[in-house]
Design a protein around this ligand. Structure first.
Ligand SMILES: [Fe+2]
Length: 171
């Protein structure tokens, strides 16, 4: 096995484990979300994540490697922080809680975008273009999910800024 192919498989194992953890975390995030659009964004991404796991499994198959995960401590940490955000959100107002949840979710998306970008680059370098195409598909979904979260956050930030201003004027 080439050094690059080894590296590719290792990074894919990390992503497989990361996605597996996310499959368990996303329903909790959807449940914790207050705004219906945020809830919907998490539910939509849960369905996408199931497809991403399947795509990863196909990529392992195309490379003739076993589809097994390697504990991804980075995602573990991000999800722990997300869980903290969920419990802290219970004592916050709905908008503040949602914005904190969006922050946690976008950190997850950015981790995945970094990971899939890396595996796509390596796959192209070793000529595994079919595998690279799978990752392009997933990367597009992760970027769209990140963008959607930004769009959901915008009016919430506006509302919070408005509330801050009203509060300051009353003092
Ligand atoms: Fe993902």
């Amino acid at each position: 096995m080439s050094g690059l192919k080894d590296l590719l498989i290792t990074e894919m194992q990390d992503l497989l484990h990361a996605e597996g953890q996310l499959l368990k975390a996303l329903p909790k995030m959807a449940q914790a979300a207050n705004h219906p659009k945020l809830k919907e964004a998490f539910e939509k991404h849960l369905v996408q994540t199931q497809g991403q796991v399947e795509r990863l499994q196909q990529a392992f198959q195309l490379l003739g490697a076993e589809a097994k995960g390697k504990p991804c401590r980075a995602m573990q940490g991000l999800i722990e922080e997300g869980e903290e955000t969920i419990s802290e959100g219970k004592s916050k107002d709905e908008i503040a809680a949602d914005l904190a949840l969006i922050t946690a979710a976008q950190k997850v998306e950015h981790y995945e975008i970094a990971g899939y970008g890396t595996v796509r680059t390596i796959a192209r370098h070793i000529g595994a273009f079919d595998v690279a195409a799978q990752f392009s598909h997933t990367l597009g979904e992760e970027e769209a999910a990140d963008h959607l979260l930004t769009e959901v956050a915008k009016p919430l930030v506006q509302q919070m800024a408005q509330a801050d201003m009203e509060y300051a004027m009353k003092r």
